[in-house]
Design a protein around this ligand. Sequence first.
Ligand code: ADP
Length: 243
Amino acid sequence: MITIHNVHKAFGRHQVLKGIHLTVQKGEVVTILGPSGSGKTTLLRCINYLERPDEGQVEFGGKTIDYKHPSKKDILFLRRHTAMVFQQYNLFSHKNVLGNVTEGLTVARKIPKREAEEIAMAQLERVGLADKAGHYPNQLSGGQKQRVGIARALAINPDVILFDEPTAALDPELVGEVLEVLLEIAETGVTMIVVTHEMEFARRVSDHVIFMDQGVIVEEGSPHQIFYQSREERTKKFLHRVS
Ligand code: ADP
């Protein structure tokens, strides 16, 4: 469903991604693990061109897009068919919860307000926040804010949702409620690529696990292969350190 080939990205002279290949099937949950600074977030941001790769292609929805020379239409296509859930939520503080979730529908998709609100309410229901539709972000806990971020991503019905360490900014006692929502969503067949430091979550939810270090994919496989039968020293060391 989505295949990326040979993605390279440097910031100045620092090569952050050194030729990444990745395939994600429809309905799959792929988690990306690895030490801080290994390029996980950059990879996620390159996929939908929030970050401009220096090289590489993506095959997606029957199209092949050259990351180096995409047309405006290509970029729009990538943005339209993907959604991102950010570590820092990125909600509009001057809009209430419902307004945050409808924004992408009314502005980018030109869906009439009434219909957008219906879609948004259904997704807020799904993340357990229908009763907070009229609240503003500063009236919510971190976990609730992130669940709004998830509802916003779901509302545009993208082909794939990219999650950038969705629980990293949360107080420990709020992590569980967000992971619970992610698990529920995963079970409904949403295609997800998740950068995470939550190993137990990755073990439970993933169809495919990717371990990255220093800009390359060191090892990938099923959760069982990666967590219990890893072949690479770097993977073993990392898992030993974090678990
Ligand atoms: P991870 O998500 O694995 O922690 P990142 O993709 O965030 O890693 O970062 C990989 C490397 O790229 C880090 O060394 C980071 O400092 C660098 N980096 C990320 N974004 C930028 C940027 N916008 N400008 C310069 N360096 C960056």
